[in-house]
Design a protein around this ligand. Sequence first.
Ligand SMILES: Nc1ncnc2c1ncn2[C@@H]1O[C@H](COP(=O)(O)OP(=O)(O)O)[C@@H](O)[C@H]1O
Ligand SMILES: [Mg+2]
Length: 215
Amino acid sequence: MILVCGGIKGGIGKSTVAINMAIIRASEGKDVLLVDADDQESASDFTIMRNETLSDKGGAGYTAVKLHGAAVRTDVLKLATKYDDVVIDVGGRDTAGQRAALSVANVYVVPFLPASFDVWSLEKVGTLIEEAKAFNEQLYACCMLNRADSQGKENAEAAEIAQSIPHMIYLDTPLGNRKAFRNAAAQGLAVTELKPQDPKAVKEIITLYKHLFNV
Ligand SMILES: Nc1ncnc2c1ncn2[C@@H]1O[C@H](COP(=O)(O)OP(=O)(O)O)[C@@H](O)[C@H]1O
Ligand SMILES: [Mg+2]
């Protein structure tokens, strides 16, 4: 399966979701390719750190490549036959790479934040999805709340608006705003691998994983 973590804003959790999904999938014994399609190269930097952290345990556990522009379509189509699953992390803009990723995705997941909730950008992503579905009919596109607040009305308000956006399914699988996600990333780890564990963060990411990979 080809999973794309997308959206046209930076700092919404695309790389966090991509990295965690790739690692959890690989931990299930799957051969996973992580494609970094973002100029900022967060997924590649993360993988370098991960390979160092886990050098005595066989390295990252997945293969990582950088791809840009139209190659995100052409190379991914070629590589997808060699891997069980491909996870693509795209940049936070409407780029050729993001459109190319949408054209090959089976699942496209768009995180959004409650605090700086931006209906316009989610609607614009909806339009991108609508266009992609014209030639990628099986595309399953969804959005989910990231860095959800532990209290207050903001989550519910953002979720309600997200549910009204066309062409995108709202997944009720939020990730809370938790230090564990940041700490894990800083160490080259998935949040499931962090010690000491944050059980809430682990539960949230596993719930999201099960939805996205339909397991
Ligand atoms: N659920 C979360 N809780 C706390 N921090 C988070 C969470 N998700 C992401 N972050 C942090 O927010 C920042 C932006 O996330 P990132 O995944 O890099 O976003 P993007 O790839 O969309 O630009 C990173 O520092 C990341 O560690
Ligand atoms: Mg990123």
